[in-house]
Design a protein around this ligand. Sequence first.
Ligand SMILES: [Zn+2]
Length: 288
Amino acid sequence: MSPRPPAEPADAASRRAAPAAIVYPAGMQAEPDMTVLERARRALVKTGEVVVPPRDARIFRVARGQFFRIVSIDGPQVGDLNLWNAHDLSERFFSGKTRALHATHVSTGDRLWSTMPSLRPMATISHDTLGWYGFDADGAGIHDVIGTRCDPYTNRLLRGTNYDFCCHSNLARALAGELNAEPCAVEHHVHDVLNVFMCTGFTRDTHQYFMKASPVRPGDFIELFAEIDLLGALSACPGGDCGSTHSSDSAACHPLRIEIFEPDRTTLADWPWPSPSSYHRRHGAASP
Ligand SMILES: [Zn+2]
């Protein structure tokens, strides 16, 4: 049983009435010029595709300036996305800062930011066929950056069983194949994901993370513009549409397709390609 919370102070109401301030208001970071991306995506030529089987993951590469789509095929399915700088795996998607800079769920115009010390946009969401969903009556939205990824360690902790096809393991296995290594030797590169197509929120009363069946249907896609050369990995979550369970073989699962597109490069002639952060990295230490 949880201990009772302490008694409220006399001025509790006024303390709670302090106004909320957005931590990172829109416009503080450079906004992507979506009119340029709209022009660029008008004449996309497909250059490759990868199908991710259910309860498995696949690796893909996208060059700077290309677009890629994650497409629902066959049936409702959630995907767990990892992104790395193709030339330096230590620069990878930073879910927490992306959440702080944008919101708990991301859509068209939002960017996927990389880890410090680079902290730059790795990709910009250029189209989202589920952009109509917004936030529903439960407070749930699509494409969250709040969950981490299903993993065998939490499953072991909570259920005492081993399950080998969680997104963490699928991503580790796919990356291991790419790097010609054992999954346990590369799993530290796997990181908190963009939960593609997943419908999630926090409960109103206890603020616990919840999921509900994804509204994604075959033909829906999220499209991203690569701001740097990317190595990607996508897992088709064992939770399927994530309407009830994951970390088991009980949910109906479907494949996902990754499609890669080349734009008309002349439309991107003036695009401000992001450089790593220019912070000097001395962190206040006294000079030697
Ligand atoms: Zn998963």
